[in-house]
Ligand binder design. Structure first.
Ligand code: PDD
Length: 280
């Protein structure tokens, strides 16, 4: 495997940044995960728009212009021979002696890695559906920024894993679901309404979420952009989640509550196939 580190393509096992990188010391950085299918990036522009926005919100300069960055991404995919998988891209505020304020005249650090993912395994997971748990959302109030500061997300995901679940849906102080630890959360109500939380500082504006919304609009399928409570979640006819690595993934159990008949619901399956068609 090959990684990209600040201008160089290096063997993955030798790829490193300095111990005084601000990503390491302060989690002072942002990232993106882009799906690759059939050798093509899905929603490349959307991911780069979001990366630029995250950088801007943190007053960080882009590591390079957009066109050369796209070329590096293609090169990382090519050098790793990825057909189906992901590319990971991370920008931090660079290497400087540890001090909280921004360093002056310090170039940002840019690293990229890529890895293969099994489409067959993903398809099997989607056929069976997954379980999720609910946990309190203990994150900061700028969840719209795709920051590498992911400790609450890591703790939530580990709790899910410990409890045999795929994902943890986080719940705010008002009892409303925000999003998963690395996914956006959706329900289909008993009345058949497709609901997901509107974008704000409370959640990450998922690229998969946005593309699914656009595809549903094209298909004249209505959705409701509003927050939903844990009660509504447990009472939903169907539940599913979206992300670059999960696409549209049916949820068949929440905490210890079976959703529907315990199998992926009709709407979730249809939406997954609509999303698969969009990717193809
Ligand atoms: N996670 N919400 C959070 C908190 C996320 O970290 C992610 C993505 C999403 C879904 O966004 P998108 O559809 O753009 O992937 C929602 C990536 C995949 C990760 O951290 O690995």
């Amino acid at each position: 495997r090959i990684a990209y580190v600040n201008g160089q393509y290096v063997p993955h096992r030798d790829a490193s940044v300095h111990i005084e990188d601000r990503g390491y010391q302060f989690a002072d950085g942002v990232y993106e995960v882009v799906t690759v299918t059939g050798g093509r990036m899905i929603d490349e522009e959307g991911h780069l728009d979001r990366l630029w926005r995250s950088l801007n919100e943190l007053r960080m300069a882009p590591p390079m212009k957009r066109a050369p960055l796209k070329m590096v991404m293609r090169e990382v995919i090519r050098q790793n021979g990825i057909r189906d998988g992901i590319i990971y891209l991370q920008v931090t505020r660079g290497v400087a002696p540890r001090d909280h304020p921004f360093p002056k005249n310090t170039p940002s650090s840019l690293v990229m890695t890529a890895k293969r993912l099994s489409m067959a395994k993903a398809a099997k997971t989607a056929e069976q559906g997954v379980s999720v748990i609910t946990v309190p959302d203990i994150r900061w109030t700028r969840r719209d920024i795709k920051s590498v500061s992911l400790l609450p997300n890591v703790l939530a995901k580990q709790e899910a894993k410990d409890r045999g679940a795929y994902e943890a849906f986080q719940v705010d102080d008002d009892g409303m679901v925000t999003e998963g630890s690395s996914t956006n959360a959706w329900i289909v109500t008993k009345e058949g309404r497709i609901v997901t939380r509107p974008t704000s500082n409370s959640i990450l504006a998922g690229i998969t979420r946005a593309s699914l919304i656009r595809e549903l609009e094209k298909n004249d399928i209505e959705i409701e952009l509003r927050s939903f409570s844990v009660e509504e979640l447990l009472d939903a006819k169907e539940v599913f989640l979206t992300s670059s690595t999960s696409y549209v993934l049916p949820v068949v159990k929440v905490d210890d509550q079976v959703i529907g008949n315990g199998h992926p619901g009709i709407v979730s399956q249809k939406l997954r196939s609509i999303y698969e068609n969009f990717m193809a």
